[in-house]
Design a protein around this ligand. Structure first.
Ligand code: CA
Length: 447
């Protein structure tokens, strides 16, 4: 375990017991002070944001790794030579994390070590300098959180077998639920990067073409069956070369961190359009991600074994290391008629049949390259229990078992004005490495 994830670490900054952002987390985001200034990169700590552009100007962090402590869980190899980041380039006074993400795992680790040392007081320069604190620390309510990454390409996997069986049963019947390829390869489709938005952005119900089974011809109108999908996404930092597959063992060196993802879905549009090439307008109108990117290094202590894979995957997909991750995930729903959000799903990311290293290996095996800023989402995270399903389609079983809400309301799918809140955290002993939340409110269709 690297020193930055040690459960015994303490910060001199006040952190609530239930905070998602203890010293062991240190997630990256992009923020803009509400009282002015340009967007820049920060790290969340308790209720505060530490401005890394300020630290960079002082020379306390650097993409060249200068002035930072050393040590990494990723081994001694460095991407710095490959990427030519051995100079004093500015990466934190930027409106996205991309330049920092491109600098590779050695620089990520060194930066994390330096930030951790300033926040524990091992490096006393911030703890003992009130002026420095006033310049570099913001309360989270003083800033606006922006989309953290300029997303390059967006791929959405389908890696929960529970979800695949549920949706297959609903769409095609129990006998045809799981396609024969499912247990041999991580299924995915290429999504739309340009319509990815940050948590808090309202999402408009899409218009589109739909056809019920009994209708003789399709019609056009507002989607009636709007849904959410609870997912976790990997963000690619270090790119790979076209034509050079990234194997399962090398995959972690390319993954910068993870975010919560809501893959908003219009089920009626999806049902009519999805064969034979998969989803298109049912998914491309909006996808929401959380503003904080939890570094892969912060998640390493929470790796665990995943479901047994039977049959054994082909050699290029074999994974000997335990690369499932124990992330508790919840979905909360608040309708306009409700006083507070109500939890409608509680599940865990460790249920995924295919892990992130297998996803990367399969994605690149034919020669497809990874780019800095690529988002590889997991697919809907569903578990074995009915309250662990990660979409309304499954929770209300295509409307046949409406969800009961406090106050007497019920839902088959999402209604206008509904706010969906995803949250997630890894449970340590006495602390949580959390993702914060990813929220969005459904706006009426533009009719
Ligand atoms: Ca999805």
């Amino acid at each position: 375990m690297s020193s930055t994830t040690d459960p015994g670490l303490k910060t001199w900054i006040k952190c609530g017991k239930d905070t998602h952002f203890p010293i062991q987390n240190l997630p990256y985001g992009v923020f803009q002070p509400k009282d002015g200034g340009s967007p820049r990169v920060g790290v969340a700590i308790g209720e505060y944001v530490l401005d890394l552009s300020d630290l960079e100007r002082r020379g306390y962090v650097s993409a060249s790794g200068k002035g930072a402590a050393s040590g990494s869980d990723f081994g001694a190899d460095s991407f710095m030579g490959v990427l030519g980041t051995g100079t004093d380039q500015v990466v934190f006074d930027r409106p996205s994390l991309n330049d920092f993400m491109a600098s590779g795992p050695e620089v990520w680790s060194q930066t994390r070590q330096a930030v951790s040392a300033l926040l524990t007081g091992d490096d006393p320069r911030l703890k003992e300098d009130r002026e420095f604190q006033a310049a570099a620390l913001y309360r989270q309510e003083e800033v606006e959180l922006l989309l953290p990454v300029e997303v390059a390409d967006y791929t959405d996997f389908y890696s929960s077998k529970y979800h695949a069986v549920n949706v297959g049963t609903i769409m095609r019947g129990a006998d045809n639920a799981l396609m024969p390829n499912y247990v041999h390869l991580p299924i995915a489709y290429h999504g739309r990067a340009g319509s990815i938005v940050v948590s808090g952005t309202p999402v408009r119900r899409p218009m589109g073409q739909t056809k019920k089974d009994e209708d003789p011809a399709p019609g056009f109108g507002a989607s009636r069956l709007m849904d959410f999908e609870l997912e976790v996404g990997c963000l690619i930092g270090a790119p790979s070369e076209q034509g050079s597959p990234v194997g399962v063992p090398e995959a972690p060196r390319h993954i910068f961190g993870m975010v919560l993802v809501n893959d908003w879905s219009a089920r009626d549009i999806q049902k009519w359009e999805y064969q034979p090439l998969g989803p298109f307008n049912a998914k491309n109108f909006a996808t929401s991600i959380s503003p904080w990117v939890v570094p892969l290094e912060a998640l390493l202590p929470f790796r665990c074994g995943g479901p047994k894979q039977d049959p054994e995957p082909l050699p290029y997909l074999r994974s000997t290391a335990p690369w499932a991750v124990d992330i508790n995930l919840e979905v909360w729903l608040q309708g306009q008629e409700m006083d507070q959000p109500h939890r409608i799903c509680s599940t865990n990311y460790k249920h995924m049949y295919w892990n992130i290293c297998q996803q990367v290996a399969h994605h690149t095996v034919g020669g497809c390259n990874l780019r800095t800023g690529d988002l590889l989402a997991s697919g809907t995270v569903s578990g074995p229990e009915p309250d662990s399903y990660g979409s309304m389609l499954e929770l209300a079983w295509r409307g046949t078992k409406p969800l009961k809400l406090p106050g007497g309301g019920e839902r088959k799918f999402l209604e206008d004005g509904d706010t969906v809140i995803l949250t997630g955290w890894c449970q340590g002993k006495g602390y949580r490495v959390g993702f914060g939340e990813c929220r969005g409110t459904v706006l009426p269709a533009r009719g």
